[in-house]
Design a protein around this ligand. Structure first.
Ligand code: KG4
Ligand code: ZN
Length: 340
């Protein structure tokens, strides 16, 4: 079964064709991030306008492998589109385009929750083995930080999440305080690698690790943000690689400690990372080394970086494994959707 995935929840316009939920036939992503780097963050109105410009060429390109010139319609069985959460203006572009194509090609649509979709980047395995259930998944993106337990496809229980800022948001905001460009995650990661190349025995303990010892599986990042702000105000010239590494380590520490505590309690077969922050090299390294050190038996998986950040391949995969086709008439965007 070929599914055309469409993803336009934020500043990426993406379309992808995925066969049987696991094999990518095409994966096209147009990003307006360079525009947002100039303004230091996303301006929703501009992101939406860019979505309108990019959506048709992106879909046209994605359909190339399944659209022989001799045919009037591509070899697509169903369309999957992100319905939320996200920016309303951006979401509407994908949703309304999906509705038009559904009407035109007389095929149904599968609505996909963007956050659940992120998890399915781990299911794009082609011919290799799929993750086994139960799954514990940590979704760390620009707008959300959620820990969920999945007994099966569609059976999701929320275990914990952030009480204030999302992990990606903290990377973005602290990067700005350190004078780095948007998006902050890749910028902080890049600066940190300079610190690590100079320090074989890193000692990174300057910033607080809020809620690291409490019983919940929740996070709070606002204290870290304030601590970085105070540091930038009280110190003159900061060593950017060192402070980037400090910020990154504080975020990584709390994510790893709490997620692994949940792994020991719930004993999932697979532990999956997902979302833009899962592209972070240090986060992956620390998870791997702690799992080994603590002798935790779990199949730990992280998608390749380009599938951690927003794309439409995981949207198509999520739709295949959570097959609930609807008519275009009943479809609408829901910007405030939660992961469950
Ligand atoms: O999942 P995503 O692409 O979009 C949302 O759904 O939000 O996540 C974007 C977030 C941004 O906050 C960005 O700074 C962060 O992911 N990010 C990273 C890295 N790459 C992207 N954070 C840390 N390290 C990275 N390498
Ligand atoms: Zn995302």
């Amino acid at each position: 079964m070929n599914i055309l995935g469409i993803e336009t929840s934020c500043d990426e316009t993406a379309a992808s064709v995925v066969k049987d939920g696991t094999t990518i036939l095409s994966n096209i992503v147009a990003s307006s991030v360079e525009m947002h780097t100039k303004t230091g963050g996303i301006i929703p109105e501009q992101a939406a306008r860019q979505q309108v410009k990019s959506i048709s060429p992106v879909i046209k390109e994605a359909l190339k492998p399944v659209f022989p010139k001799s045919r009037k319609a591509p070899d697509i069985d169903v369309i999957a589109t992100t319905v939320g959460p996200g920016l309303i203006g951006s979401l509407l572009v994908g949703v309304e385009t999906a509705k038009t194509l559904s009407y035109l090609w007389s095929i149904p649509i599968i609505p996909v929750n963007h956050l659940v979709g992120h998890i399915y980047a781990n299911f794009l395995v082609d011919n290799k083995t799929l993750p086994s259930f139960p799954v514990l998944a940590l979704v760390v993106s620009g707008g959300h930080t959620d820990l969920v337990l999945m007994k099966d496809h569609g059976k999701i229980r929320w275990i914990g999440g952030t009480r204030d800022d999302a992990a990606g948001e903290v990377f973005d905001k602290t990067a700005r305080l350190l004078g780095l460009n948007y998006p902050g995650g890749p910028a902080i990661s890049h600066e940190s690698s300079k610190y690590f190349s100079r320090n074989s025995k890193p000692n990174l303990k300057q910033f607080p690790r809020p809620m690291i010892n409490d019983d919940s599986y929740d996070w709070s990042f606002s204290g870290l943000k304030t601590a970085v702000l105070n540091k930038t105000k009280s110190m003159g010239e900061l060593n950017i690689p060192e402070y980037s590494a400090e910020v990154q380590e504080a975020i990584v520490d709390v994510l790893v400690v709490k997620t692994l505590r949940a792994t020991k309690k719930f004993k999932p077969k697979s532990l999956l990372l997902a979302g833009g922050v899962a592209a972070n090299k240090r986060l992956k390294e620390r998870f791997r080394s702690e799992i080994k050190k603590q002798k935790i038996k779990v199949d730990f998986r992280v998608p390749p970086p380009k599938f951690c950040t927003d794309n439409a391949a995981y949207i198509a995969s999520a739709a295949f494994f959570n097959y609930n086709p609807v008519s275009w008439k009943g479809l609408s965007a829901n910007p405030g959707l939660g992961i469950v």
